[in-house]
Design a protein around this ligand. Structure first.
Ligand SMILES: Cc1cc2nc3c(=O)[nH]c(=O)nc-3n(C[C@H](O)[C@H](O)[C@H](O)COP(=O)(O)OP(=O)(O)OC[C@H]3O[C@@H](n4cnc5c(N)ncnc54)[C@H](O)[C@@H]3O)c2cc1C
Length: 457
């Protein structure tokens, strides 16, 4: 979409949403400035170098094959998905106190593993438990708009109503909920779970999981920044938005004030910050308006990311492992492809629900992770940890409590020159990398529509 005029846009937040939005706007010819508080881009999907010169990630990131707008972005910046990602066609399940299982996920790329996984693994998931997963598939076939009514129910309530088996809940659904949105099944909107199932079901041949072939900084964010700069985007890192200035007479935003006092004026303002960073910055006179009051009310979930370097190889799998019966619901050995490490395994682990562990120190958290994963995998118990990194994030995603998913705001706000981008704005992929790219793209489309109606001229 080519706009009729060239109003200046300033975007606060250099995560995937802000950068995707900047890309679309710059490609349409608008002058854009991106403000990022960190020294690096990428936000929650970002990676950075530590004092040893090793890449650290904010957290383990899975790339489901159903992500389409993120793939398109990668292609556009000259980093085709086949270069950035490697694909896996199975998912391993473990429990600290029981059997393990390997399920193939893709009927095209891994037909035998998918068939044998579904028919076998009965000590992990009995035939009745597997059959009871079918109710999951039935509503997931509904159009996305109809799935929204499941936002009234938690996964546990919905599962009970569907007479699903307790074993399927504990061994399949609960670890999935904990892994993807850092929240337990009792607090997890059924709409969110069914939404993920829906996206997979409508693209069965894309039922694969991608792992990164390197640090996301060098694989994605550096090439994306170069793409943006070539198109005239000004990217300023280490600058922090402090206040959003609002003029009640004109009912418009008049400036972004940065920490340190600098005032930035533009025609159009995009907030691509997490909801919990934006909420305290919402100008006082706007807080009682229902649109903004809903944002102030959005619940958040914490997460803890643990990265462990071992003195030996503890698993030869490059794919992802879900762990049932543990609050370490997902881990991956990244030593072969993502962050090559010749001396042994390098595991990235998500701790979730993280709420009860947020007050623990790093040593206690690592001991807890090793106890759970070591019980599930004796090679982990036998190995020595030679380096550890623990990142605690008090807020990390919108907690998918019933009602919160449909209450997420649109990218268009009641203030004509203020727009929102982010994984927490309305789009079909909830809190995720694809959700952030979709939020950013939808925001850019809304800005361009407004510009074509005369905004900023
Ligand atoms: C531990 C963890 C694991 C995850 N795993 C997965 C996964 O497996 N698969 C998946 O698809 N998604 C995963 N996600 C979700 C995914 O990372 C996010 O949904 C996505 O990165 C959000 O992008 P965003 O641009 O909306 O927000 P953010 O990435 O949060 O971007 C916001 C940006 O704003 C900046 N900022 C904050 N305050 C200010 C300020 N005052 N001024 C200027 N800038 C500011 C931040 O530094 C940040 O760069 C995970 C997230 C976490 C935390």
């Amino acid at each position: 979409m080519r706009p009729r005029s060239n109003p200046r846009v300033v975007i606060a937040g250099g995560g995937l949403a802000g950068l995707a939005c900047a890309k679309r706007l710059a490609e349409a010819g608008l002058p854009v400035t991106v403000l990022e508080s960190q020294p690096y881009l990428g936000g929650r999907a970002g990676t950075f170098l530590d004092q040893d010169g090793e890449w650290i990630e904010q957290g383990l990131h899975l790339f489901p094959g159903a992500y389409s707008q993120f793939r398109a972005l990668l292609r556009d910046i000259g980093r085709p998905p086949r270069e950035v990602l490697y694909w896996t066609d199975d998912l391993r399940f473990e429990t600290p106190s029981g059997p393990s299982a390997l399920f193939g996920t893709n009927p095209l790329y891994a037909p035998l593993r998918t068939l044998l996984g579904a028919l076998g693994n009965n000590d992990y998931l009995g035939p009745l438990a597997k059959l009871s997963l079918l109710p999951l598939l039935a509503p997931a076939a509904l159009p996305e708009a109809l799935l929204r009514r499941f936002d009234r129910l938690t996964v546990v309530d919905w599962w009970r109503r569907a007479s699903g088996s307790q074993q399927a809940l504990e061994r399949a659904l609960r670890p999935f909920c904990r892994a993807i949105q850092f929240t337990d099944a009792e607090q997890f909107s059924a709409y969110n779970l069914l939404g993920w199932a829906h996206q997979t079901l409508i693209r069965p041949l894309r039922a694969r999981l991608g792992g990164y072939r390197g640090a996301r900084d060098s694989e994605i964010f550096a090439p994306l920044a170069a793409h943006l700069k070539q198109r005239g985007v000004e990217i300023r890192t280490k600058v922090k938005l402090d206040e959003i200035e609002y003029d009640a007479k004109t009912d418009t935003i008049t400036g972004f004030k940065l920490v340190g006092g600098e005032q930035l004026a533009a025609d159009i303002y995009v907030v691509a910050l997490p909801a919990w960073v934006f909420a305290p910055k919402i100008p006082q006179p706007l807080r009682s308006r229902p649109f903004f009051a809903d944002i102030l009310d959005l619940p958040t979930a914490p997460a803890i990311s643990v990265q462990l370097w071992f003195d030996r190889v503890v698993t030869r799998r490059d794919g992802f492992t879900l762990v049932a019966g543990s609050n370490c619901p997902v881990y991956q050995d990244q030593s072969r492809y993502t962050y090559p490490y010749a001396l042994g395994s390098r595991l990235s682990v998500i701790v979730s629900p993280a709420d009860p562990l947020m007050g623990w120190d790093d040593a206690a958290i690592v001991a807890h992770v090793l106890a759970d994963l070591g019980a599930a995998n004796p090679k982990i118990a036998a190995a020595k940890v030679v380096k550890r990194v623990v990142l605690k994030h008090e807020h990390h995603l919108i907690r998918p409590l019933p009602g919160a998913m449909t209450r997420r705001p649109s990218q268009v706000t009641p203030i004509e020159n203020l727009f929102l981008a982010g994984d927490w704005t309305q789009q079909e992929f909830f809190g995720s990398q694809e959700g952030a790219v979709r939020g950013g793209n939808a925001c850019a489309r809304a800005v361009l529509r407004a510009v074509n109606r005369g905004l900023g001229t």
